[in-house]
Design a protein around this ligand. Structure first.
Ligand code: MG
Length: 316
């Protein structure tokens, strides 16, 4: 096993690690590439999260939550600071116009970064009470912004500001067109990562419990009607070891989710198809690259990348 180490700046240290997969279903062997390395593309952070690919700018943004900053990785260039302070931003996505949408623990809000760089508040309170600490976010094709609001970011001072919880840990839908904010899922202990299936008929929500480990942790699946109404909520898959902090679907509806030992690929029926082992605790993933065929993985102190024979559905 050969290892190549290059260091080109304060944040960039690229290391190639021999890929190591485990297939639980033969189809998983067609999803991975035998000669594609798992590359550590950035390191020396404290807890990376919220990866989001900007194909038009050719860069990846991700949060370094405890250090209160958002970083930018561009292939072949040094990693740089995109925003600091970031209000302890966690999850990110892009809306239908390509604008960055961010969950802020410190601001206890969801924001949108306009094309001119100004920041618009999407949601910060519900029925007169402050949100807890929005964690992860996804935008539906109709422009509505769906996000989870667990209390993790206000429980200690590590990833935000220790504060009192005013609201239950709900999943919300914000409609920027009307300014409305609706609580759509109210029976999670700690809603965390979330994603729609490619046809948007399903919404997957991770419930990682009140304390990460004192409650059952699993991904739940909800049915979504055309009007945005949500029903169901059965357990879809229980990730083990670890928890589904964050995940993204590929084009065929497989979920690529964080776990304690790497990234797990879950089929549309909820079965574990295979694993990519990662040598740090994985928090979240996103697809990106020229053909949305690269999986970016935020994991504890580092960000990793691996090319797959899969394509993500993130837009644009
Ligand atoms: Mg999360």
């Amino acid at each position: 096993m050969g290892t190549v180490v290059t260091s080109r700046g304060a944040f960039r240290e690229e290391r190639e690690i021999m890929s190591f997969f485990e297939a639980f279903d033969p189809i998983f062997r067609t999803y991975v590439l035998g000669n594609a390395p798992l590359k550590q593309i950035a390191t020396r952070f404290d807890w990376t999260e919220g990866p989001v690919w900007f194909g038009d700018a050719g860069c990846l943004l991700f949060s370094d939550i405890p250090n209160n900053r958002i970083m930018r990785w561009t292939p072949g260039a040094d990693v740089s600071v995109y925003r600091e302070p970031s209000n302890y931003a966690n999850g990110h996505t892009r809306d239908r116009e390509g604008r960055l949408v961010s969950c802020e623990h410190g601001g206890r809000r969801v924001t949108r970064t306009e094309h001119d760089g100004s920041i618009t508040v999407v949601a910060e309170s519900y029925r007169g009470k402050r949100l807890n600490s929005p964690n992860d976010v996804v935008v539906k094709s109709d422009g509505t912004i769906w996000f989870t609001d667990p209390h993790y970011g206000i429980r200690t001072n590590y990833e935000g500001f220790k504060s009192d919880q005013e609201l239950p840990c709900n999943v919300y839908r914000a409609d920027p067109a009307t300014g409305s904010l609706d609580s759509v899922i109210t029976d999670c202990n700690g809603p965390n990562g979330l994603a729609f299936s490619p046809d948007e008929r399903r919404l997957y929500v991770a419930d990682t419990g009140r304390m990460f480990g004192d409650d059952p942790t699993h991904i739940r699946v909800f049915d979504v009607k055309g009007n945005g109404e949500v029903s169901g909520g059965d357990v879809f898959h229980a990730v083990y070891p670890g928890a589904a902090d964050g995940f993204r679907p590929d084009r065929d509806g497989n979920l690529w989710t964080s776990a304690a030992d790497g990234v797990h690929c879950i089929g549309p029926d909820g079965d574990l198809l295979g694993k990519i082992f990662v040598p740090e605790l994985v928090s979240n993933v996103c697809f990106g690259g020229r053909a949305k065929h690269r999986l970016f993985i935020t994991a504890s102190t580092s960000v990793y990348c691996i090319a797959l024979n899969r394509e993500g559905v993130q837009r644009p």
